[in-house]
Design a protein around this ligand. Structure first.
Ligand SMILES: [Zn+2]
Length: 240
């Protein structure tokens, strides 16, 4: 369905079919049907999963970019995680989390983003082998650009900057997790320089957190991970 009126239905359908085929080769199949909508929105894409169906939202700029299949592979990963009831994508686990995880005051938005990146890690554990191709350059280029965007977005609000540092930690941590970056890569310097300019030193902690998330945690273990993310954010926020 083309809601933005800019075309691209066939392109999205073809890209989706190809991603679905590559997942199928790895024995990852969705039970529920997917409807795609092309919409005007500031982010590349998103998805929404209900009991019996998924909706994939693709932005106009994603359709026109060379990353359409990467985006679809990522969102497809979220859909698979939702269907399998993975702790990171489970409503029951969110409810328990809300009761148990103390989020520092003022950090709700930054923490919400950092939590979304936990879900992104688990979606990408499935998506990377599907879209990354040989040598892992696509993922590297994408996440290097991600860090550069964050660096350029630095502002005056400490929590906001901490959210960006966590986002850098996610980007680099995702590459570390899939062994697509070396310890002396210049991307580390850019992420650490952002921290220094913001008055904290935290990105290495976030990288380690995202890189080492356990593959398939039970709900209790997952909530313990979320708590450690909240602690990491609270520690980083207090001026040293
Ligand atoms: Zn995502």
């Amino acid at each position: 369905m083309d809601r933005a009126g800019r075309g691209g239905n066939r392109k999205v359908e073809a890209a989706f079919a190809e991603v679905e085929r590559r997942y199928d080769e790895r024995k990852h199949r969705l039970r529920n049907p997917v409807t795609a909508e092309i919409v005007a929105m500031p982010i590349m894409g998103a998805s929404k999963s209900l009991e019996d169906r998924h909706t994939l939202f693709v932005s106009v700029q994603a359709v026109e970019s060379g990353l359409l299949d990467g985006l679809i592979a990522h969102e497809f990963g979220h859909m698979l995680r939702t269907e399998e009831g993975h702790a990171s994508h489970s409503l029951a686990v969110y409810a328990a989390m809300e009761k148990e995880v103390a989020i520092p005051k003022g950090a709700e938005e930054a923490f919400g983003q950092a939590f979304n990146h936990i879900q992104d890690i688990y979606a990408d554990d499935l998506a990377f082998p599907v879209f990354n191709g040989t040598g892992g350059r696509r993922a590297y280029e994408f996440f290097a650009g991600w860090v550069d965007n964050n660096v350029n977005a630095r502002g005056k609000d400490r929590w906001q900057n901490l959210g960006l540092a966590a986002s850098n930690g996610f980007a680099v941590g995702n590459l570390v997790r899939h062994r697509l970056i070396t310890g002396d890569d210049p991307l580390w310097d850019r992420a650490r320089a952002f921290d220094r300019a913001s008055g904290f030193e935290t990105v290495d902690g976030f990288v380690a957190f995202y890189a080492n998330l356990p593959k398939d945690p039970a709900p209790r273990a997952f909530i313990a991970e979320v708590k450690s993310l909240a602690r990491l954010m609270a520690q980083s926020a207090s001026p040293s």
